[in-house]
Ligand binder design. Structure first.
Ligand code: FES
Length: 102
């Protein structure tokens, strides 16, 4: 099932946004040059929210210890982060962003 997440206009290119949907973990929406990616927001290393981090190209940097994750795959790309974070399938329809509810 796809669930409405947010308006794409709420997440400008190069930025991230935290979104909470009932029954799902906190999510972070990342806009990489108009391409949207949705990940579980909680860093796999600690308790920080990646929604508070910086987006650097295709990577989001954790605000706590600067671990990084590839927003396309969830793979950890810089230590101390080692384990991946979950990625969620998403689609854009008419300016609305939807995420799959696994
Ligand atoms: Fe994210 Fe440590 S909490 S790198």
């Amino acid at each position: 099932m796809m669930r409405f997440l947010c308006d794409t206009a709420e997440v400008p290119a190069g930025e991230t946004r935290s979104v909470r949907l009932e029954g799902m973990p906190e999510l972070v929406v990342c806009n990489v040059d108009g391409e949207f990616h949705v990940l579980a927001a909680t860093c796999s290393h600690g308790k920080a929210s990646l929604a508070d981090g910086r987006l650097l190209g295709c990577e989001v940097e954790c605000p706590l210890h600067s671990g990084r994750f590839d927003v396309r795959t969830g793979r950890a790309t810089r230590r101390p982060a080692k384990r991946p974070v979950a990625v969620y399938e998403c689609v854009v329809e008419g300016g609305d962003l939807y995420v799959s509810d696994p």
